[in-house]
Design a protein. Structure first.
Length: 279
């Protein structure tokens, strides 16, 4: 189980900075990995009220769950997760940062959400959105992509978030990036944060496999065992279990059938039972 080797001074400082600023923003985008929507939850958000569950509280901040990397997830599963969050009063949206049409639709969705907030707030100040999430779920990539799409309406030269393939590379809360106007919307990127400990063994394996924490913190053999365990649970691989039964049946054939083997029969069997490279 996780003993917090990832939780260094920079992550502790980031957690404190987020806690200081979170009540000052108008909207929170909690970015999760669409392949592990529950395991990639940002646990720190549990410490703050959400307008989805307590709309009467003036200090509540509306939260939207962004399921990023939908291109790596099963489409039917993603739809199922969106349906899962809906009755729990959480708005969720599937995003692929490499698909411009999808991002345009998402930006239009965000602008509609902001307009709804403005109706309730009636204030003229610009809307600030905070990106939150655990490391390596694609927050900075999402921030840059939204900035690129919305920069036509932005004024001045704005700084882009730095995208790194390694978890935990965003070390400080970035400056605001304009992603839209009328109403003006500014995006605040934040470092990825994790709790000091991960006590759930399965969550521990999943965040390692999705590069949230480094493999060495779990161990390659342990991760390989978990991958095989997940594969064995899938119905897609049940057919390969029949191959061993087929070999047993061949070995129990009578001598006459066995003696009829030859190149022609071998070619026929290979055609009927093609080699599977994943096996």
């Amino acid at each position: 189980r996780g003993r917090g080797g990832w939780y260094g001074p920079h992550m502790a400082a980031a957690s404190r900075a987020i806690a200081e600023r979170i009540r000052l923003v108008d909207l929170i985008l909690e970015v999760r990995d669409a392949t592990i929507p529950l395991s990639s939850e940002c646990k720190q958000l549990r410490n703050y009220p959400s307008s989805s569950s307590s709309s009467s509280s003036s200090s509540s901040t509306k939260r939207i769950i962004v399921l990023n990397k939908v291109d790596l997830a099963n489409r039917a599963n993603t739809k199922g997760w969106i349906n899962y969050f809906d009755p729990r009063n959480y708005i969720s949206y599937g995003v692929n940062v490499h698909n411009k049409n999808n991002l345009k639709e998402f930006l239009n969705f965000l602008q509609a959400q902001v307009r709804e907030l403005k109706k309730a707030d009636l204030s003229s100040h610009a809307t600030t959105i905070m990106l939150l999430g655990i490391p390596n779920v694609g927050k900075s990539a999402l921030a840059n992509s939204l900035h690129q799409i919305g920069r036509i309406n932005a004024e001045g030269k704005l700084k882009h978030a730095i995208v790194s393939p390694y978890p935990g590379e965003t070390e400080d809360i970035s400056q605001l990036e304009c992603i839209g106007s009328h109403p003006n919307i500014y995006l605040l990127d934040t470092p990825g944060i994790l709790p000091p400990q991960i006590l759930d063994v399965e969550v521990y394996a999943k965040v390692a496999l999705t590069r949230v924490i480094r493999d060495c913190m779990v161990g390659e053999k342990q991760l390989a065992r978990y991958v095989l365990y997940v594969i064995n649970l899938s119905d897609k691989y049940e057919k390969w279990g029949k191959l061993s039964n087929y070999e047993d049946e061949r070995s129990s054939l009578d001598p006459i059938a066995e003696s009829s083997s030859g190149p022609a029969l071998e070619r026929k069997q290979k055609k009927q039972y093609p080699t599977d490279h994943t096996q």
